[in-house]
Design a protein around this ligand. Structure first.
Ligand SMILES: NC(=O)C1=CN([C@@H]2O[C@H](COP(=O)(O)OP(=O)(O)OC[C@H]3O[C@@H](n4cnc5c(N)ncnc54)[C@H](O)[C@@H]3O)[C@@H](O)[C@H]2O)C=CC1
Ligand SMILES: O=C(O)C(=O)COP(=O)(O)O
Length: 525
């Protein structure tokens, strides 16, 4: 039974869903990094929010981990390249908390406009400072969105409802989408110069880090108010403090900080600052949404092989997964066969699907071929990291789809190119379920690729099988099945022999010494 650790505070619905899907689950929020590393080897899945930092060393301590599920949107607390290299799928829930977070941005905009938190503390302290708090109206003010994706668009919609003018800087926002949203697409400098309020809604990446740098803050309009419900790190905190102190920036409302939990942030106490402890996603509705979604997605993956909202792997629906399962086994076997036979020499690989296979999602088939093929170089390769490892090795990967049926109702063909030329193997599914090799380097053969096998190329001449049988017999190795194929009588023949035992190098050398034998390669599936 797969086992999942929930390492951040999550709605109880998540654990309920895991259990209902036959997944064992432990809930241990608030572990230190060392405590987390100590228990991670027991788990197949890790469900997190933003508090757990899944760094490369945490991943190194999790040899059985297959999936990380983020109950929320931002995944900057996960080292995705390290997860990918270890073959761990990383998924998030891209929409579950977006309305809630947009509402928090709007709430913070009001808080800044009317100094609500300051007025509240003053009033409850018995000061009744009616003349101290003079706010600004939102109507007709310009709101500048940095990032206009899911959350930014919802903020835009709400702000338009408040009769604000909305401008957006987002290099990936199309003019059509801007028109549809009713926002004006602008460059960053224009936004900085024109906005009365600026709100940030981008992920934290190398491109967005410090997007509100000291230099960019200096380009803002005097009296600007800034809201950040996206990520600490998007604003230079020291420069923001100086801007607030100098009175150039009238207010800043931050839900997120460079370092979290933020307990002694230098910004605290600065005039005009409003702070919340990363509450953007903290509503009952959003937490139920993301808990349900993350648990469903992770259980789908661990139990049925479905992949949704993964950041390092193509999607695979739970309906597709069972149909693709036998194809993935076939694809991995074909990849493994060519990998074991051609290994390091492979420069490019082409994966063709034909007949029924051509109607399926080809990406997982390709991933499985590559995973099988690269098992010779890496013990940890799987469908998740195989495409990345292939890229790293400079392997040229092509996918071809043939709509019609050939000799088989369904076929997967893998062709590899080496300096010696192109070589191709192909397989089908018997009864839509059982993988069978049907073509090996142009020779028709019918074999199940399983367990220990020997690949032999020899001159098709009488006496070979007898000698082979006696050598294996002397080594106490039983022949389970024997598959033969040949180009023409008396020409080159190939044999794939399934044996009940490992072929040691000395035995492989004796087999290679049989007259007429050109090649002997022990294989393992
Ligand atoms: N405070 C909180 O509790 C929460 C914070 N968040 C944060 O909000 C962020 C945004 O979430 P969504 O809108 O759902 O993501 P999204 O992916 O839908 O939108 C992000 C937008 O940023 C844009 N973008 C990317 N690079 C940019 C750049 N260099 N300059 C300007 N725009 C750029 C993208 O084109 C995209 O449109 C998340 O990445 C997460 O970090 C999300 C949920 C809750
Ligand atoms: O979804 C996101 O990106 C968030 O920042 C929400 O964070 P949280 O799950 O509340 O720790």
């Amino acid at each position: 039974m797969p086992k999942v650790l929930i390492s951040d505070k999550m709605d109880p619905k998540a654990a309920e869903i895991f259990r209902a899907n036959g997944v064992e689950v432990d809930e241990k929020p608030g572990l230190t990094k060392d405590e987390l590393k100590a228990i991670l080897p027991d788990y197949d899945g890790l469900a997190i929010r933003s508090a757990t930092k899944v760094t490369a060393d945490v991943l190194a301590a999790a040899p059985n981990l297959k999936v990380i599920g983020r109950a929320g949107i931002g995944v900057d607390n996960v080292d995705i390249p390290a997860a990918t290299a270890r073959g761990v799928v990383v998924m998030n829930t891209p929409f579950g908390n977006s309305i809630t977070t947009a509402e928090h941005a709007i709430a913070l905009m009001f808080a800044l406009a009317r100094e609500l938190p300051q007025a509240d503390s003053s009033t409850q302290a018995g000061k009744w400072e009616k003349n101290r708090f003079m706010g600004v109206e939102l109507t007709s003010k310009t709101l500048g969105l940095i990032g206009c994706g899911n959350i930014g668009s919802i903020v835009a919609d709400r702000a338009l409802g408040l009769r604000m003018k909305v401008i957006a800087y987002d290099p990936f926002l199309t003019p059509e989408r801007a028109l549809e949203l009713g926002v004006e697409k602008v460059e960053l400098d224009q936004l900085l110069a024109r906005a009365d309020f600026i709100t940030l809604h981008t992920p934290l990446t190398d491109q967005t880090r410090n997007i509100l740098s000291a230099a960019n803050l200096a380009k803002t309009k005097k009296g600007v108010r800034i809201i950040n419900c996206a990520r600490g790190g998007l604003i230079d905190e020291a420069a923001l403090k100086l801007g607030l102190e100098a009175g150039h920036i009238a207010g800043a409302a931050l839900d997120v900080f460079v370092e979290e939990p933020a307990q002694d942030n230098p910004l605290f106490g600065t005039p005009g600052l409003v702070a919340t402890p990363h509450l953007g996603a903290s509503t009952t509705e959003a937490q139920v949404n993301v808990a349900i979604q993350v648990a469903e997605q992770m259980a789908d993956f661990l139990v049925r092989g479905g992949v949704s909202n993964a950041l390092n792997m193509p999607s695979l629906s739970a309906e597709e997964a069972p149909k693709l399962k036998p194809y993935m086994a076939l694809a991995e076997q074909l990849g493994s066969l060519v990998g074991q036979l051609e290994g390091e020499a492979i420069r490019s690989v082409s994966i063709e699907v034909e007949g029924a296979a051509a109607e399926l999602n080809q990406k997982p088939i390709t991933g499985a071929v590559l995973a099988g093929l690269m098992k010779v170089y890496s013990d940890t390769v799987n469908m998740v990291n195989a495409p990345f490892l292939a890229k790293e090795r400079g392997l040229d990967v092509r996918e071809v789809r043939h709509a019609g049926e050939g000799d088989y109702h369904t076929l997967v063909r893998v062709t590899v190119e080496t300096d010696a030329g192109a070589r191709s193997v192909a397989g089908t599914l018997f009864g839509n379920a059982a993988p069978r090799l049907v073509d090996m380097f142009g020779i028709a053969i019918e074999a199940e690729l399983a367990g220990d096998m020997i690949y032999i190329v020899n001159e098709d001449a009488p006496g070979f099988i007898g000698r082979l049988g006696s050598l294996l017999g002397e080594a106490a190795i039983n022949i389970a099945t024997f598959h033969l194929g040949r180009r023409a009588a008396g020409g080159e023949a190939v044999a794939l022999v399934s044996v009940d035992g490992r072929i040691e190098p000395a035995l492989a050398r004796s087999l290679a010494a049989i007259p007429g034998v050109k090649r002997v390669t022990p294989l393992r599936f």
